[in-house]
Design a binder for this molecule. Structure first.
Ligand SMILES: Nc1nc2c(ncn2[C@@H]2O[C@H](COP(=O)(O)OP(=O)(O)OP(=O)(O)O)[C@@H](O)[C@H]2O)c(=O)[nH]1
Ligand SMILES: [Mg+2]
Length: 324
């Protein structure tokens, strides 16, 4: 019975059924039992959609850009899945609402599937549910999957690691933003896009970014991809076609790599993803019961009232069997 239901879900997702896929993504996000089995069964149907990650600070114009990208990809007959991920708000907040509004014109198009993920604080984490949602969209047969994430923190870097091509969006005159880029995302960015380039300071931001990228000159001499820096004005659809062209160039660059290197890169990606997956299972299955327990609360009380030190409490909670 359960298997029949599961097969039914798998069949419908593979056939591209929007409602089934949407429900499955929600169930994955809610960590309902049974979703793992469905993901296992879907795996052979994942035909490797091309995954594009888009990240950047709030309000830089990511959704506007995604909306235009969808438009151009659809004109070329490509199907598109979009995941708008907001790790900053535990509830469906303003950003998600903005994402929906920005991409509204595609809502009647069968070739476009847009979903938001905004939960945080779950054991298992947003990174994991995003990866699983990408898998669902892939099994649906989407040609392109675009993942929009807010900000430039570790979560976003982890999320964009699932992407084949990652675009970092900044806007002119945000010195801090470039700093944030420096702080970590530079490594993850395959393409940098200065949006709202009609604003003052666009050329300075362009020069700054190019300079940062040039620091790695020796890497590019060895044949590695040099991240291009583009200018755009997403609201007027300026620079979007050029962006898609660079994404195509990056895809070609990846395809042209030696088999050996491709396998090594893939192993790196798989390794990171598998660690993430194991981590989230351990957190959920082991850490959660541990911290939800009476013993845990008792330990908290004893540390608070000074009868126990946290180190011993930790040892006893984590390794109860070795208790003297
Ligand atoms: N002047 C100007 N405004 C733009 C441009 N692109 C987007 N905007 C505006 O910037 C605002 C934010 O755009 P969004 O696309 O929602 O930005 P976002 O990065 O998706 O925002 P979050 O999802 O909240 O992080 C909107 O009012 C857009 O109309 C642009 O190229 N120039
Ligand atoms: Mg947005």
């Amino acid at each position: 019975m359960v298997t029949n239901m599961m097969n039914n879900v798998v069949e419908k997702v593979v056939a591209g059924d929007v409602r089934t896929a949407a429900r499955l993504i929600r169930d994955i996000d809610d960590e309902l039992p049974g979703t793992r089995e469905i993901l296992k069964a879907l795996h052979p149907h994942m035909v490797r959609a091309y995954v594009i990650g888009i990240t950047g600070a709030p309000g830089v114009g990511k959704s506007t850009l995604v909306d235009q990208m969808i438009h151009h990809l659809r004109e070329r007959g490509k199907t598109v899945g979009v995941l708008a991920v907001d790790p900053t708000s535990p509830f469906s907040g303003g950003a998600i609402l903005g994402d929906r509004i920005r991409m509204q014109r595609h809502c009647m198009d069968d070739g476009v599937f847009i979903r938001s993920l905004a939960t945080r604080g779950h054991f298992g984490g947003l990174t994991q549910s995003t990866r699983s949602a990408i898998d669902v969209l892939d099994a649906m047969g989407k040609d392109y999957i675009i993942v929009e994430t807010v900000g430039v923190g570790q979560d976003e870097i982890d999320i964009v690691k699932s992407a084949h091509t990652t675009i970092v969006v900044v806007i002119p005159g945000m010195g801090d933003d470039v700093q944030a880029v420096k702080a970590g995302i530079l490594e993850a960015g395959d393409i940098f896009l200065i949006n709202k380039s009609d604003r003052e300071g666009a050329h300075k931001t362009l020069a700054d970014l190019k300079m940062m990228i040039d620091i790695n000159q020796s890497k590019y001499d060895g044949g590695e991809w040099r991240p291009p820096v583009l200018m755009a004005e997403a609201v007027c659809d300026q620079g979007v076609v050029e962006l898609l062209e660079e994404i195509g160039n990056h895809e070609q660059h990846i395809n042209a790599m030696s088999e050996d290197l491709k396998i090594r890169e893939k192993a790196d990606i798989v390794r990171t993803a598998l660690i993430e997956m194991i981590k989230s299972r351990l957190l959920k299955e082991i850490l959660k019961p541990m911290t939800d327990s009476v013993e845990f609360e008792r330990a908290v009380d004893s540390i608070v009232d000074g009868t126990r030190d946290p180190y011993s409490a930790c040892d006893e909670l984590a390794f109860p069997c070795t208790r003297p």
